[in-house]
Design a protein around this ligand. Structure first.
Ligand code: APR
Length: 311
């Protein structure tokens, strides 16, 4: 039997992710949304692309959590996206309620699943899903760092006029304006970026990366990014399904690593079949370490707001 992967939320991010996984053919997909017709219509449309694209996987659209039963991976994209002028934090309370409800349903039917949380504000939502799920911390992962690093790599590749495939980079911290691109660990074919680009150019690229999601929101006007987010989710799914042991920046629950406690923050992790198999503690410069702590403090503020709102 193929793996079963469920995607909750059949909006832009969810449907694009479901399509990409379907194309790979290694898993059957369940696409769930409260808007049943949207989930069913998009799933049927994706299914009908199978004969042309050579995928013999199955995909089902539904509003019934019973259909997600026995999923090995569940991707949570349900919630509202940003509109121009909004920060990710403006989505907090609305998406907290949605993510809490969704997570409770998901674990009822798939208690063995690994959850990948995508709804924003990401770090707060993944923490909320972790607490609501009762799952072990290695099984609840947030998607943000892969996307932020992809944006960083894209802008570096443009500046250097080289393939982004040659660039290794890690963006850590919360998925917000305080994210922390690690310059010392950013290499181009093994060469540190600081040897190839002047400091002010790197700083400008870091700034653009930090505002990368907002740049797209401002252009779209009606929602937020989804092609690069979906591709980033699928890179994580590949690592889980194929036990690839990839080192990817993901939001992980920290218990002392990087001096941060009881909080989801983006850090490099080893991703394999059992989820987060290890949090890697890169040696950070004093300023990077301070920025990471600052970023964690911004996430903690949101956690505190959520705690007060449900108290
Ligand atoms: N249960 C299931 N689905 C829900 C629920 C719920 N309780 N509440 C909302 N949804 C669905 C909506 O019906 C919609 O189809 O979630 C979907 C969200 O889709 P979009 O509005 O297109 O948003 P999208 O761009 O996909 O972003 C989803 O991911 O990147 C983040 O910030 C983004 O939080 C946002 C999320």
């Amino acid at each position: 039997m193929r793996n079963k992967i469920s995607v909750i939320g059949a909006g832009n991010v969810g449907a694009t992710t479901a399509h990409l996984i379907f194309q790979k053919g290694y898993a059957d997909v369940v696409l769930l949304d409260i808007a049943e017709g949207i989930a069913k219509g998009k799933a049927l449309d994706i299914l009908e692309s199978g004969p042309v694209q050579g995928s013999d996987a199955h995909i089902k659209g539904t509003a019934d959590y019973g259909d997600t039963q026995g999923s090995s991976i569940v991707i949570i994209t349900a919630g509202i996206p940003r509109k121009p002028g909004m920060s990710r934090d403006d989505l907090l309370i609305t998406n907290m309620k949605i993510v809490g409800e969704v997570t409770a349903q998901v674990v009822k039917y798939s208690p063995e699943a690994t959850l990948i949380v995508v709804s924003n504000p990401l770090d707060a939502m993944v923490q909320h899903a972790f607490k609501s799920s009762g799952l072990k911390k290695n099984k609840v992962i947030g998607m943000a760092g892969v996307l932020d690093s992809a944006r960083f790599r894209t802008f570096l590749a443009e500046a250097l006029k080289i393939s982004p495939k040659e660039i290794q980079a890690y963006v850590l911290g919360g998925h917000g304006d305080s994210m922390v691109p690690l310059i010392d660990y950013t290499t181009i074919a093994g060469v540190p970026v600081s040897k190839l680009l002047p400091k002010d150019k790197i700083e400008a690229i870091v700034k653009r990366t930090q505002g990368g999601g907002g740049e797209i929101v401002a252009l779209l006007e009606t929602g937020s990014a989804y092609y690069a987010p979906a591709a980033s989710i699928v890179e994580m799914v590949d690592a889980l399904v194929h036990d690839q042991k990839r080192i990817l920046p993901c939001a992980a629950y920290l218990e002392g690593e990087y001096g941060i406690n009881n909080l989801y923050v983006g850090v490099p992790v080893r991703l394999g079949a059992s989820g987060i198999e290890e949090v890697l503690e890169f040696e950070l410069s004093t300023s990077e370490s301070a920025l990471l702590k600052q970023s964690a403090a911004a996430v903690q503020e949101l956690i505190d707001i959520m705690a007060n709102s449900s108290a």
